[in-house]
Design a protein around this ligand. Sequence first.
Ligand code: SF4
Length: 494
Amino acid sequence: MIKPKLSKSTFIRGLQCEKSLYLYKHHYKLRDPISSSLQTTFDQGTNIGILAQELFPNGVDASPENHFKIVESVGKTLDYINNGESIIYEATFLYNDIISALDILVKENDGWKAYEVKSSTKVTDTYIKDATIQYYTIINSGIDIKDISIVHINNQYVKKGEIDINELFTIESVYDKVLEFLPRIPNEVKRLKNIIESPDTPQVDIGSHCSDPYDCDFKGTCWKHIPEYSVFDISNLNKKKKFDFYNQGIITLDQIDLDNTTLNSNQKLQVQSEIQGSVLIDKDQIRSFIGDLNYPLYFLDFETIRSPIPLFENSRPFQQIVFQYSVHIKKTPSSEIDHEEYLSNPDVDPRIGFVKKIIEDCGTEGDILVYNIGFERSKLVDLIEVFPQYSEKLENIINRLKDLMIPFKKKWYYKSEMKGSFSIKSVLPALTDNLSYDYLEIKEGGTASDTFLQMINKTFEGDEEIKRKQLLEYCKLDTEAMVEILKKLELVIN
Ligand code: SF4
């Protein structure tokens, strides 16, 4: 059986990093496990590919029975072409040991045209390279391609009624750019084949290529020598400067010479705190922050989903859609805490129920603490756009938002345990061990979002009632954490 050496994806992998290509071919089992969010992205990509076929309906499908039988698709494609078919999905070609499957091949009046579908909102350099290797294999298989295009998502599309696929997708010809890159293909293919055939793993050190253009799935192997806390965790330090440290042999924070560094003052504080184990507390700033809070005090957190194909009326591709919140309420500084929450039914548009309940739960006065204000504010602004009849009440909520992240972002309170991060997941364990995400089944927002999306798409497997409880527990802990964090801030100034 013919076993092609390269595919479209291994070609792109090889362009990113020779070692990644080699490990993929010879040490596949070393790959890091696929995260659930990456799996969701893959699944969404597949769904987008299938939906885009409707742009060119009534085609024949050359897909293999399974991935291991992909070579059979080459014969199938050829048969379809010879039989006069004019629209072929997953048209697969093999040339020079490279196999590549094109999403849609269409014979129009002026000749064959190639369409590759991407669940992204723009054409990137990587997509051009990807299209070029496809073009190369197709034309060298004897098919004269008149044009090649990327079909991508139009992020300006707003769903009104049924999905209008002609509006949802944008077809962008990349023919000229493909022709520009094409002369490089034979040498690149030769180079990558030599790497695969080499007896030794290429010596490639870690670098910015490890996450450009994609997060490499061999980081678990190559980054083993980087400790859990390193120069790569210095907050707001750009990638280039992080690798400058690394390339000078500086990996841990205590190796940094603070007298001879271009780090900014906050970054120096982070390094100093690590070296000296010191806790930074700017009591005046914290006192002023707490003194400005108005009761009743609300602690609010949202969960959202996003999908390339808009799921609800008046929503856009990839727009974050609220489906859940938790709010803890403290009427006076000394009163007990109340709790309210919302989790939509996955069978309906979650937003209207969300709006009605949040207006009820958040009252009309008192400050509303959120953690990272930009997120909650922008979601409320989106809701005003869709439900203008609630604009006044939602604006009232927006005007009362305050950001509990500020004292940590500005390093008014910093402990080395926060490891340069001011996310709630880093701040909470540094301040208290009363609460922890470790015991929860759902531990982060990405999982919550993926879970709810699966429920909407009817792909969720398991007990939905149990999972809903876990979603509620997770979101509730986010706002409990905020209550706890404020308590700690109050303690340090007293
Ligand atoms: S982690 Fe980095 S160095 Fe290692 S294979 Fe991947 S891209 Fe190459």
